[in-house]
Ligand binder design. Structure first.
Ligand SMILES: Cc1ncc(COP(=O)(O)O)c(C=O)c1O
Length: 389
C-alpha cells in the first residue's frame, strides 16, 4: 500500500527539523563532538529527583487535575510574581503542560483560524513555523538582524502587522541567537501591540539564563498583560528536559480555551515530574544560579575564541547558544557545517535550519562542558586554517 498517499496534506507539508536532519548525518560518523543540542549537560538537581522518587514511593501515580497539581500552580504563580513581577491566578490563569512545546501548540491552536496570519521571528526556534502550519495559519516572518542585536524593532513590527494578523510569537532570550529584549526595548513595541490588538505568545523558557541584563517578562507591562500568553518550563533552567514539564500563563478566557485542548490531548502533565517541580521552585534557586554561572563562563570563553579565530560573534545576552557569522568564509551555513563535520568531526547546526534569516551563521550550543568546548574550538581553528589553504 502507498502509505505516503494516505498522509494528511498537513503531515506531508511539514518539513522535518533541520537540526534533526543534520544530526542524522553526524550520527553516521564515529567520534563526533556535537555542539548541536540545546539540552543542559547538568543532571536535574537532587532535591527535584528525590521529591519525584518519593511521590512514586508514596503511590502518587494517578492523573492530576487537568491544569496540574494546585500546589505546583501556586508555586509557579508565586515564582512568576516574585521573580518576574507578573501576577497570575493559579486557579484560572495557569496550566501545567508537557514542556514549553505543548504550551506553544495549545496556544496557537486555541487562537489561530485557517488563513489568519501569525508573526514569527526569523531566525527562530524550529517548532514555531510548524505550529502555525498545523493550524492552517499563514506564517509571517520578521527577519532579525545582527546589526540590531537580533532585537525586534518597532519599525519591523509595524511593517509586519496587517489587518489579518491574529498572533505573534516572540522568544527572548532567544534561540538560536541569544538575542535579548530589555524593558526599554519592549517599551518601544508595547504601544504597537496594544494598538493593534494582536495576541502575543511570549516564549520565556530561557528567562533564568539572562546574563548581564535583567530579564523582562512581556506581561509585566500592565497595559498589554491580558494580550500576552506566557510560555515557560523546567527543561532549561532546572535541567529537566526529559521530565517534560512546562506551563502556560494567560488571562482566564484564553487559559480556559487552552486547557480545553490540553484536557483532550494530554489529560494532565506527568505526575511525578509535577511533584519534583514543586520542590524545584521551592528549594533549587541556588542550583539554578550555579548552572547560570557555568553557562556564563562558557559563553565568555566561546565569544572570545570565535572572534579571535576570525568568526565575528555577537555576544549573546541570554540562553545557551552563540551564533557566529561564517560569512567571511564564503560558504553557506550548510556547507560550513558539513565541511567542519567531515574535516574535524565537530557538529554545529547550520543557521539556515532556523529560517532564511539564519543563513550566514551557525549555532553552537554551550550546554556542554568547558573541556568539550575547548577541544571543539581547537578543532574549529584547525578547520579554518585548512579552509584558507
Ligand atoms: C525557544 C524554545 N522554546 C521551547 C522549547 C521547548 O522546550 P520544552 O518542550 O522541553 O520545554 C525549546 C527547546 O529547545 C526552545 O529552545
Amino acid at each position: 500500500m502507498d502509505f505516503e498517499a494516505k498522509l494528511s496534506d498537513k503531515a506531508k507539508t511539514i518539513k522535518p527539523s533541520g537540526i534533526r536532519r543534520f544530526f542524522d548525518l553526524a550520527n553516521q560518523i564515529e567520534g563526533v563532538i556535537s555542539l548541536g543540542v540545546g539540552e543542559p549537560d547538568f543532571t536535574t538537581p537532587w532535591k527535584i529527583r528525590e521529591s519525584a522518587i518519593y511521590s512514586i514511593e508514596k503511590g502518587r501515580t494517578f492523573y492530576t487535575a487537568n491544569r496540574g497539581l494546585i500546589e505546583l500552580r501556586e508555586e509557579i504563580c508565586k515564582y512568576y510574581d516574585q521573580r518576574w513581577h507578573v501576577k497570575y491566578d493559579p486557579k484560572t490563569e495557569c496550566t501545567v503542560t508537557v514542556g514549553g512545546s505543548e504550551g506553544i501548540d495549545i496556544a496557537v491552536r486555541a487562537l489561530l483560524n485557517p488563513g489568519e496570519e501569525m508573526i514569527i521571528l526569523d531566525p527562530g526556534y524550529v517548532a514555531y513555523e510548524p505550529a502555525v502550519l498545523l493550524s492552517g495559519g499563514v506564517p509571517v516572518r520578521i527577519h532579525l538582524e545582527e546589526k540590531d542585536q537580533f532585537k525586534l524593532t518597532p519599525e519591523k513590527l509595524k511593517a509586519a502587522i496587517t489587518p489579518n494578523t491574529k498572533l505573534m510569537l516572540i522568544n527572548y532570550p532567544g534561540n538560536p541567537t541569544g538575542g535579548f529584549m530589555t524593558r526599554e526595548d519592549y517599551a518601544k513595541i508595547v504601544p504597537i501591540i496594544k494598538e493593534s490588538g494582536i495576541i502575543v505568545i511570549s516564549d520565556e523558557i530561557y528567562a533564568e539564563l539572562s546574563y548581564e541584563q535583567e530579564f523582562c517578562a512581556l506581561a509585566s507591562f500592565p497595559e498589554i498583560r491580558d494580550q500576552v500568553i506566557t510560555i515557560s518550563g523546567f527543561s532549561k533552567a532546572f535541567a529537566m528536559t526529559g521530565w517534560r514539564l512546562g506551563y502556560v500563563l494567560a488571562n482566564p478566557v484564553l487559559s480556559k480555551a487552552m486547557t480545553k485542548i490540553h484536557q483532550y490531548i494530554i489529560m494532565s502533565a506527568p505526575t511525578g515530574a509535577q511533584y519534583g517541580a514543586i520542590d524545584g521552585l521551592r528549594y533549587c534557586a541556588d542550583e539554578v544560579e550555579e548552572m547560570r554561572n557555568a553557562y556564563l563562563s562558557r559563553r565568555n570563553y566561546l565569544v572570545r575564541e570565535l572572534n579571535d579565530m576570525g568568526l565575528k560573534t555577537f555576544k549573546p545576552q541570554g540562553a545557551f547558544y552563540v551564533f557566529p557569522s561564517i560569512q567571511s568564509t564564503g560558504l553557506t551555513s550548510e556547507e560550513f557545517c558539513e565541511a567542519l563535520l567531515k574535516d574535524q568531526k565537530v557538529a554545529c547546526v547550520p543557521g539556515s535550519a532556523f529560517g532564511e534569516g539564519g543563513e550566514g551563521f551557525i549555532r553552537i550550543s554551550y550546554a556542554y562542558s568547558l573541556e568539550e568546548l575547548k577541544i571543539a574550538m581547537s578543532k574549529m581553528r584547525l578547520f579554518l586554517e585548512h579552509l584558507k589553504k
